[in-house]
Design a protein around this ligand. Structure first.
Ligand code: GDP
Ligand code: MG
Length: 461
């Protein structure tokens, strides 16, 4: 009997699995809504998840929350989010900043169990990590010196960005890089620089470096976040800074930059990124369209930069530093319930075009990449309206002002629009309030079952 029980425990251990999934995306991309829906679907697991095979086959027995293992990381506020969404006056959960995580135990029947008589039940321990996509934009910093970073910044500071940064640039005029640094002056300049990054984000721009400056988490106000690129120095002037005295402003900024690189950017990669098994990147493609050409161009740049985080070969910097182990990558265009169903294929195509790698995706260093469009929480209904005898697709939902409306949100371009389209057309995709959801029913969604299959399916066989 004792032997049999020990054997049983050993088999149980081999049946059990672990998976750590990263959920990322820029601020407002939909991370909180996504994680809430994902966990909620797992709690209501059943036949309604048509493409999630283990659930459809009735092999998933249930999911329950476990205490997380990394105690220093804030817990994902799942209950708060549910409360907001299931309220009598439903509202979107409060935005969260920084990293949080959540641990689930999913019990399931494996399809082929080595010892059926043991009860045939295995557990998938699932860790879900929510972290800001902004932090992934710091990847380039890992391999750059302060001078190189400053040189690069000149490339992305176009006319629009310079205008947004006017206050900071003005203050930089006549700044003496060689004079001894005054903490007060550096602090003021850094504040102006940070303000210009927030202004850029307000304008719908997403390529923001260092990413932590607009998503500081627990580092808000710390001196490590008080530097900025030496944008007003040209190459010759930067070269002369090699002889700058140790107490000069330039050297002080350089030291802060190096500290940030080592202790903030690198620590993030080591402590969070390198530990993930799978990753989903959420992208709101509709908001940049609303903002116009510059925002879309910026989204393109940002996505390209974010994707570099996953393209690690044997000799790559990332591989050398941390050996990341991500084996599956999913890019999802969120809020697909803001458009009519006939436009959803365009939204997915637009995401792929923004990633700029359509033809290169399958060759991504052995990491399979999938793109799709989803609604974590579907806030609209697809309806038909008749005009002059013919029917057109439309949406019905509650606008943010509380009005229920039936409307046509407009077409989604399947590619990044060119200059002519921007001249003739303005996009105006409306945000919606979450729907009223009866208690004890799962959150309505679009394609969360496809996501579940892609992220978990093979671990539940
Ligand atoms: N209609 C709709 N809106 C969504 C959905 N997901 C997110 N949103 C909207 O996007 C906002 C930001 O979402 P949130 O999950 O807080 O983004 P986060 O900053 O990435 O965590 C929400 O307040 C909603 O207005 C969705 O599936 N459908
Ligand atoms: Mg959030």
């Amino acid at each position: 009997m004792g032997i049999r029980r020990e054997l049983g425990a050993a088999v149980q251990r081999t049946l059990d699995r672990h998976l750590r999934i990263g959920v990322t995306g820029l601020a407002r991309a939909g991370k909180t809504a996504f994680i809430t829906s994902l966990v909620n679907q797992l709690h209501h697991v059943g036949g309604h998840l048509e493409f999630f095979r283990a659930a459809r086959d009735g092999r998933v027995l249930g999911a329950r929350r476990l205490p997380q293992t990394r105690l220093q990381i804030p817990a994902f506020p799942y209950e708060d989010a549910l409360e907001a969404l299931y309220a009598d006056a439903p509202h979107w959960p409060e935005p969260t900043r920084g990293v949080s995580e959540m641990r689930l135990a999913i019990r399931f029947h494996p399809r082929r169990s080595p010892l059926r008589y043991l009860g045939d039940v295995a557990t998938l321990y699932l860790d879900i990590v929510d972290y800001p996509g902004e932090w992934l934009l710091d990847l380039p910093l890992l391999s750059l010196s302060y001078s190189e970073w400053s040189q690069r910044a000149r490339q992305w500071y176009d006319a629009e960005r310079r205008e947004l940064a006017a206050g900071w640039l003005q203050e930089l005029e006549g700044f003496d890089w060689l004079a001894p640094a005054s903490d007060l002056q550096l602090g003021r300049l850094a504040d102006r620089y940070t303000a210009s990054l927030y202004a850029a984000r307000e304008r719908g721009l997403s390529y923001i470096q260092p990413g932590r400056f607009v998503m500081p988490g627990e580092l808000a106000g710390a001196p490590v976040l008080q530097f900025f690129p030496a944008l007003t120095l040209n190459d010759a002037a930067l070269a002369r800074m090699a002889d700058a005295p140790a107490n000069s402003a330039f050297r002080t900024l350089e030291r802060r930059f190096d500290y940030y690189r080592r202790h903030v950017a690198r620590a993030f990669y080591r402590d969070h990124f390198a530990r993930l098994d799978r990753q989903i990147v959420l992208v709101d493609c509709l908001t940049p369209l609303n903002h116009g050409a510059a925002a879309v161009r910026d989204a393109q740049l940002t996505l390209t930069e974010i994707m570099r985080n996953f393209r690690y070969g044997q000799r790559d910097l990332l591989r050398r530093l941390f050996a990341p182990r991500i084996d599956r990558l999913l890019f999802a265009a969120t809020k697909a319930d803001h458009i009519t169903a006939d436009q959803q294929p365009n939204l997915t195509a637009l995401l792929t075009d923004l990633m700029g790698e359509a033809d290169r995706l399958p060759r991504f260093e052995s990491v399979p990449v999938e793109t799709l469009c989803i609604a974590s929480v579907r806030a609209s209904e697809q309806v038909q309206v008749s005009t002059g005898g013919s029917y057109h697709p439309a949406l019905r939902g509650v606008l943010l002002n509380g009005q229920t409306a039936t409307f046509y949100p407009g077409d989604v371009p399947s590619r990044v629009p060119d200059a002519t389209l921007w001249e003739q057309h303005r996009f105006d995709f409306q945000r919606l309030r979450p729907p009223r959801i009866p208690p004890r029913t799962p959150l309505p969604h679009l394609r969360m079952d496809v996501v579940l299959e892609h992220l978990l399916g093979d671990k539940l066989r």
